[in-house]
Design a protein around this ligand. Structure first.
Ligand code: IVH
Length: 677
């Protein structure tokens, strides 16, 4: 026996088991029963102790350990898996009459058999299926197209209300379906955080929930505070399950699922209508979003009798709520000037309560939008908010229009600098052309340049920039790189810059010189060139010189760069001031070409044909990636082809040619596995 196997791991194993059991129980009490049995510090201490033990004895770590709740594992990609039972959708309607018809039809089909309905909330989130074996979570899969979904098990384990181990009695082998939702409070807190870090906020909790489950970093998913709402049980034929839907849902609660307590058994259409009316009114009182009500026949044995239509069961139907809409007076219009000079008209509204928040402002998009809506001075506007958090102007409440109201006159001069606005042919927006003299444009460009996703100069927020601008130290982004320590010290009225923060600022500026070319390009803030566009341009042209020398036609060759964008990029680089700016930034030491990324030779000698679209790569990126790993890309399968890399929707011709030649076909996940060991 060697020395190591002689070490007795039994005490560690026992301690780990004890900690896991205690943490599971505390977690359950906290998330299912809203009860804290120990302080946060104590909970964290136990979690850390277990994490440390797992790190020390990886062979003893349980894949369903409560430490998985914290995340940490990085997903390389999300494997596509086939659902054991297809995930059907429901027939749905916005009309009460159709619900009445559905109810009458169901009663007719059941022909005198006694039965009842259940009404429950239709959660507005992401549908997932959780499979359990012997009471342990085995796999979590998104709905996908109903037949094939993404394996998101690692991220699902971080959702506190998804039990990793079941309690009480449960079937040996079954699946629980439900919706992962993003509760409003957590959603808004996360969006505020994103905004403060310069990230785009999510449009609504549903998108955010879906994005969260697809995060590569499971620790980030753990921070998202998602909630799982179960609504359905699926099991292989022969499994003993309660005979009513409501009893099945009760059973889920005994197994340790957090079941929302709003399911009601209804005996007739009047009770169904009362349930719908109640929740249509009260839905914003809930801590999460719902988009309707689901009505099911409660007696499961009757489901077979009712059967399925093409893609949805006849034993259930969804009633969808209409987007909430209110009318409120337009008090005035503000015109905002963006960093690229674009003017955005914004309606200032009489504050109105809508869909859980007070609405005070809504975008009026551009002059065309105002004209199309026919908005007059003194009008009341109709504002809608569906699943969206951002309210939308959907029309004018013409009943409220004052007599003799005149159409809104769009401004002709910049509200900030008075310069006459221009409107380029074919474009809907007006611009202020005074790029170098219009305050919000100058400050906006500086802010954008320094922001986290661009040059990431941490200590250079809006206030500092304003300060440097009014001191005459920074007018253009290139001036940032000429700042000297002695110019900074003592700057500002109240919050003056001290030695330490001057040093920090200079260090952050210095560090920004290492920011890759694609982000430098994004930081320059060209109209229509977002993060993704900048990346594609950088990958395609490789150097700023090649990009500056490109013609409009060449620019339009880049994936996703259309005529309008190509023209805007060309015009930007044709401007002598902009060329001079690039030279100053180059002289300052910024990255003006793509770094040659370290690859490996995992694809050495391979000839690869690419087809379809990919989750982690654009077409250009996947080609560059293959080359970085020593492979060659060919356009169509031949006897020389090593394998066909097929993304989503691959070309059928390439597929059949590959099949004929006996060429191996691999998917994105397999590609990632081969190239990232
Ligand atoms: S029952 C066989 N119940 O709405 C049908 N679905 O269009 C099983 N949903 O795909 C679905 N809340 O994503 C059911 N209480 C609820 C639901 C619900 C939300 C979603 C689900 C489904 C879609 C139906």
């Amino acid at each position: 026996m060697d020395l190591f196997s002689a070490i007795d791991t039994e005490p560690a194993r026992q301690r780990m088991e004890q900690l896991a059991a205690d943490l599971d129980r505390l977690n359950y009490e906290y998330y299912m029963n809203d009860r804290s049995l120990v302080s946060d510090e104590e909970f964290d201490r136990m979690m850390r102790e277990l994490q440390d033990l797992e790190a020390q004895y990886p062979e003893l770590a349980n894949p369903l350990s409560p430490t998985k709740r914290v995340g940490g594992e990085v997903n390389k990609s999300f494997r596509q898996v086939e659902h054991r039972f297809p995930m059907l959708s429901l027939g749905n309607t916005y009309s009460i009459e159709e619900i009445e018809e559905y109810e009458a039809r169901t009663r007719r089909l059941l022909d005198g058999t006694p039965f009842s309905y259940t009404c429950e909330l239709k959660y507005d989130g992401v549908a997932i299926g959780l499979s359990y074996r012997h009471g342990q979570l085995r796999q979590a899969v998104t709905r996908g197209n109903g037949t094939v979904g993404d394996d998101i098990t690692t991220n699902a384990k971080t959702v506190a209300t998804i039990p990793l181990r079941l309690q009480g009695e449960y079937p040996d082998d079954f699946e629980v379906r439900g919706e992962v939702v993003y509760p409003f409070a957590a959603f808004e807190a996360m969006n505020r955080q994103r905004e403060s870090e310069g990230d785009e906020p999510f449009a609504n909790p549903r998108n955010a929930a879906s994005g969260s489950l697809k995060l590569l970093d499971s620790a980030e998913c753990a921070r998202r505070k998602l909630l799982f709402c179960p609504y359905f049980v699926m099991a292989p034929a022969g499994t003993a399950l309660p005979a009513t839907h409501s009893a099945r849902v009760d059973w889920l609660s005994q197994m340790g699922f957090r079941v929302q307590p709003f399911l009601r058994e209804c005996k007739d259409i009047d009770e169904i209508k009362a349930y719908i009316e109640h929740w249509d009114r009260e839905r914003w009182q809930l801590p999460f979003g719902i988009d309707g009500i689901v009505i099911k026949v409660n007696q499961v044995p009757l489901w077979d009798q009712l059967g399925l239509t093409a893609k949805s069961p006849r034993w259930a139907i969804a009633f969808k709520f209409k987007a909430e809409r209110v009318s409120t007076p337009l008090e005035s219009i503000s015109y905002q000037v963006g960093r690229t000079g674009i003017i955005t008209p914004v309606a200032n509204l009489r504050p109105v309560w809508l869909g859980g928040t007070t609405v005070r402002r809504a975008t009026l998009v551009n002059a065309d939008f105002i004209a199309k809506m026919g908005i007059c001075v003194g009008d009341s506007l109709l504002i809608e908010k569906g699943g969206e958090i951002i309210p939308k102007v959907v029309g004018v409440d013409t009943d409220q229009r004052p007599a003799g109201a005149m159409p809104v006159q769009y401004i002709v001069r910049c509200p900030e600098c008075g310069t006459p606005l221009v409107r380029a042919e074919g474009e809907a927006g007006h611009y202020c052309p005074n790029a170098d003299g219009c305050h919000p444009q100058i400050i906006g460009r500086l802010e954008h340049f320094a922001s986290r996703r661009a040059m990431n100069i941490d200590s250079l927020g809006p206030e500092r920039l304003e300060m440097l601008y009014s001191a005459g130290l920074v007018r253009s982004v290139a001036d940032i790189y000429s700042l000297r320590r002695e110019q900074l010290i003592g700057l500002g009225d109240e919050a003056t810059i001290q030695d330490k923060s001057a040093d920090n600022l200079l260090a952050a500026i210095e560090a920004s010189k290492q920011v890759p070319f694609e982000r430098v390009l994004f930081a320059l803030g060209l109209r229509y060139v977002g993060e993704v566009g900048a990346k594609k341009l950088a990958l395609y042209f490789k150097t700023v010189d090649a990009l500056m020398a490109a013609t409009e036609e060449e620019l339009a060759q880049v994936e996703d760069v259309g005529q309008v964008t190509a023209r805007a990029i060309y015009a930007w680089f044709s401007d002598a001031n902009h060329r001079q700016l690039v030279e100053r930034l180059r002289a300052a030491g910024l990255q003006m070409q793509v770094a040659t990324v370290e690859g490996d030779d995992s694809l050495a000698g391979a000839v690869i044909v690419v087809s379809g679209t990919f989750e982690h790569f654009s077409r250009d990126e996947i080609k560059a990636d293959i080359e970085r790993h020593g492979g060659k890309v060919a356009s169509s399968p031949s006897s020389k082809t090593t394998f066909l890399l097929a993304g989503a929707k691959p070309g059928p011709e390439k597929l059949s040619k590959a099949a004929k030649l006996g060429i191996e076909v691999i998917d994105e996940a397999a590609y990632l596995a081969r190239t990232r060991k």
